[in-house]
Write a protein that binds this ligand. Structure first.
Ligand code: HEC
Ligand code: HEC
Ligand code: HEC
Ligand code: HEC
Ligand code: HEC
Ligand code: HEC
Ligand code: HEC
Length: 386
C-alpha cells in the first residue's frame, strides 16, 4: 500500500508518455516493452492493494470494466492527463455513454451536469495544462492554475477504501505523503500554492486548529457553547451519532443532493451546496443565508441568543440604516487567525473607527459581552459595546 501509488513512476523515472496503440508500435519494441512491463507492475500493485486493503481499484476490476486497461488507453493522449472528456464516456450523460465500456448492470454517476453549471472547477474551461509529472502545491507563482479529473482522482487506484488513493500528496523531504483526508486534497491547490488568485486565501492557515476560531474541519472546535448548533452537530462528540467534525463537502458541492458527490460544480456561487448572500443592504430570509441555517438554527441567531444585536444587524430593523447585512460582513466562513467566534470584518463595507481602529475585543469568555471598533453604514463604533 505504501509504495503502490508511485509504482508506475519508479518504472519510468525519465519522462514517459503513453500514446495510442499504433503510435507505440511505431516507436519500436522498447516502448511496447515498457507498456507491457508497466501493465505487469500495475497488475501486481493492483493485486497488492487488493491484498492489503481488501478493496480492488474500481477501474482495474474487470467485473466493472470488461475491456480493462484498454477502456482508457486506446486513443488517449497522456501528455496532459488523458483529457477529462475521456472520463465522461463512462461518467457522462447516460444516453451518450459508449456501450460495452461498463458492465451492463453497473450504474456510474453522471458528473457532467455539475460541470456545466456557473460555478465549477475549471476542468473543461482551459487548455490542458496538467502534467503527470507536476508536484503540488505549486511553487512557481506564474504557473497558470488548473484542475482536471486526474488532479483529484487517480484512475488506477480509486477504491471503495480510499477515494483519494494514488493522488500524490504534499512533498515532505524526498517523499510524497499519501492523501487520506479530503482537506489534504484541497490544500494541494488552495493552501500553500504560490499561484493562488489575488483574492483567495490560504485555507490551510484558515483551518489550523491553532487559530482562536475555525470551522471544525481538521479537528474538533475550541468552543464549548455554540448555542445555535442544530443536532446532530455538537461542539464535542458525546454520543455515537453526534457530528463534531465537518468536511469541506458539507459546504462545497452540488446544489442538487441527487447529483454525484464532490465539489465539481453548483448553481450557487463559491460551489456551495446552498445559497449564501455575502453583500450588504439585504433583507434577511431563509434563502439568503440558507447555507448557515443548515447547521445554525435561524430562530436562535435571529432571537439574539448569543450576540444581542444579531437580529438588528442581519434584518436591518429598528431604524438600522441601509437594510440588513450578511453574516459575511462580520464572520469568516472558514476560520480566523485573530479572533474568536470567526469574527473577521469584511473590508468592502467595514472601515476604521474615528480613532483609526478596526477591531473586535471580547469581554470575558462565554459572557456574550464584547466591543467593536469600526465604522459601518456611516455609524462610528468607537467603540460600541454589548
Ligand atoms: C479509467 C481509465 C484508466 C484505466 C482503466 C487505466 N488507466 Fe492508465 N492512465 C489513465 C490516465 C487518465 C492516465 C494519466 C494520469 C496523469 O496524467 O496523471 C494514465 C496513465 C498511465 C500510465 C503512465 C503513468 C505516468 O505516470 O505517466 C501508464 C503506464 C498506465 N496508465 C498504464 C495502465 C495500465 C497497465 C492499465 C490497466 C491495468 C491502466 N493504465 C488502466 C487512465 C486509465
Ligand atoms: C470505461 C468506463 C470508465 C471510464 C472511462 C472511467 N471510469 Fe471511473 N468508474 C467506472 C466504473 C464502472 C466505476 C465503479 C462504479 C461507480 O462507483 O461509479 C468507476 C468509479 C469511479 C470513481 C469512484 C466512484 C465512487 O463511487 O466512489 C471515480 C472517482 C471515478 N470513477 C473517476 C474517473 C475518472 C477521473 C476517469 C477519467 C480519468 C474515469 N473515472 C474514467 C467506469 C469508468
Ligand atoms: C488541482 C488543483 C485543485 C484541487 C486539488 C482543488 N481545487 Fe478547488 N479550484 C482549483 C482552481 C484552479 C479553481 C478556480 C479558481 C482558482 O484558481 O482558485 C478552483 C476553485 C474552487 C472553488 C471556487 C472558488 C471561487 O472563487 O468561487 C472552490 C469553493 C473550491 N475550488 C474548493 C475546493 C475543494 C473543497 C477542494 C477539495 C475537495 C478543491 N477545491 C480542490 C483547483 C483545485
Ligand atoms: C461551513 C461551511 C464551509 C466549509 C466547511 C468550507 N467552506 Fe469554503 N467557503 C464557504 C463559503 C460560505 C464561501 C464563500 C464566501 C467566502 O469566500 O468566504 C467559501 C469560499 C471558499 C473558496 C473561495 C474563496 C477563496 O478564498 O478562494 C474556496 C477556495 C474554499 N471555500 C475552499 C474550501 C476548502 C478547501 C474547504 C475545506 C478545507 C472549505 N472551503 C470548507 C464555506 C465553507
Ligand atoms: C477539485 C477536485 C476534483 C475534480 C477536478 C474532480 N473531482 Fe470528482 N470528486 C472529487 C471529490 C472530493 C469527490 C468526493 C469523494 C468522496 O466521496 O469523498 C469526488 C467524487 C467523484 C465521483 C463519485 C461520485 C459519487 O457520488 O460517489 C465521481 C464518479 C467523480 N468524482 C468523477 C470525476 C470526473 C469524471 C471528473 C472530471 C470530469 C472529476 N471527478 C473531477 C473531487 C474532484
Ligand atoms: C454585525 C456583526 C454580525 C453579523 C452580521 C452576524 N454576526 Fe454572528 N456573531 C457576531 C458576534 C459579535 C458574535 C459573538 C458574540 C459573543 O459571544 O460575544 C457572533 C456569534 C455568532 C455565532 C456563535 C454563537 C452561536 O450563536 O451559536 C454564530 C453561530 C453566528 N454568530 C452566526 C451568524 C450567522 C449565521 C449570521 C448571519 C445570518 C451572523 N452570525 C451575522 C456578530 C455578527
Ligand atoms: C455543516 C454544518 C455547518 C455549516 C453549514 C455552518 N456551520 Fe458554523 N459551525 C458548525 C459547527 C459544528 C460549529 C462548532 C465549532 C466549535 O465547536 O467550535 C460551528 C461554529 C460556528 C461559529 C462559532 C465559532 C467559534 O469558534 O466560536 C460561527 C460564528 C459560525 N459557525 C458561523 C457560521 C456561518 C456564518 C455559516 C454560514 C456561512 C456557518 N457557520 C455554516 C457547523 C456549521
Amino acid at each position: 500500500m505504501l509504495f503502490a501509488p508511485h509504482a508506475i513512476r519508479w518504472l519510468h523515472p525519465a519522462p514517459f508518455k503513453l500514446r495510442p496503440d499504433m503510435a507505440i508500435l511505431r516507436k519500436g519494441p522498447s516502448m511496447l516493452l515498457r507498456l507491457l512491463s508497466s501493465m505487469l507492475v500495475l497488475h501486481m500493485t493492483a493485486s497488492l492493494v487488493f491484498a492489503v486493503s481488501g478493496a480492488k481499484p474500481y477501474h482495474l476490476d474487470r467485473n466493472l470494466l470488461p475491456n480493462g486497461c484498454a477502456s482508457c488507453h486506446v486513443g488517449f493522449d497522456f501528455s496532459n492527463g488523458g483529457g477529462s472528456y475521456k472520463c465522461l464516456s463512462c461518467h457522462g450523460p447516460l444516453n451518450k455513454r459508449s456501450k460495452q465500456m461498463v458492465m451492463r448492470n453497473i450504474q456510474t454517476k453522471d458528473v457532467s451536469k455539475d460541470f456545466a453549471k456557473n460555478y465549477r472547477h475549471p476542468v473543461f474551461d482551459g487548455k490542458d495544462i496538467h502534467s503527470s509529472r507536476e508536484v503540488l502545491p505549486e511553487t512557481n507563482s506564474t504557473t497558470p492554475r488548473h484542475a482536471v479529473c486526474v488532479d483529484c482522482h487517480n484512475p488506477h487506484y480509486i477504491s471503495g477504501d480510499n477515494v483519494y488513493a494514488g493522488v500524490r500528496g504534499k512533498r515532505i523531504g524526498n517523499f510524497n505523503s499519501t492523501i487520506t483526508k479530503e482537506y489534504e486534497l484541497c490544500y494541494l491547490c488552495h493552501g500553500d500554492s504560490a499561484n493562488l488568485p489575488v483574492r483567495s486565501t490560504n485555507k490551510r492557515i484558515e483551518f489550523s486548529t491553532n487559530n482562536p476560531s475555525f470551522h471544525p474541519v481538521e479537528g474538533e472546535g475550541r468552543n464549548l457553547a455554540v448555542i445555535s448548533l442544530l443536532r446532530p452537530y455538537r461542539e464535542r462528540k458525546g454520543a455515537d451519532n453526534d457530528i463534531s467534525i465537518i468536511k469541506c463537502a458539507d459546504c462545497h458541492g452540488s446544489d442538487d443532493s441527487n447529483s454525484a458527490n464532490g465539489p465539481h460544480g453548483s448553481k450557487y456561487q463559491g460551489i456551495l451546496v446552498d445559497n449564501y448572500a455575502t453583500g450588504d443592504g439585504l433583507p434577511e430570509s431563509s434563502f439568503n443565508y440558507a447555507l448557515c441555517y443548515r447547521c445554525h438554527k435561524r430562530s436562535s441567531i435571529l432571537g439574539n441568543e448569543s450576540f444581542p444585536f444579531h437580529s438588528r444587524h442581519i434584518t436591518g430593523d429598528l431604524n438600522f440604516k441601509g437594510g440588513g447585512t450578511s453574516c459575511y460582513t462580520c464572520h469568516s466562513s472558514h476560520g480566523s487567525t485573530e479572533n474568536r467566534y470567526l469574527i473577521r470584518f469584511n473590508r468592502d463595507y467595514v472601515t476604521e473607527s474615528s480613532s483609526g481602529k478596526r477591531q473586535f475585543v471580547e469581554k470575558g469568555t462565554y459572557s456574550f459581552h464584547g466591543e467593536c471598533w469600526l465604522t459601518c453604514h456611516g455609524v462610528d463604533h468607537n467603540p460600541k459595546s454589548y
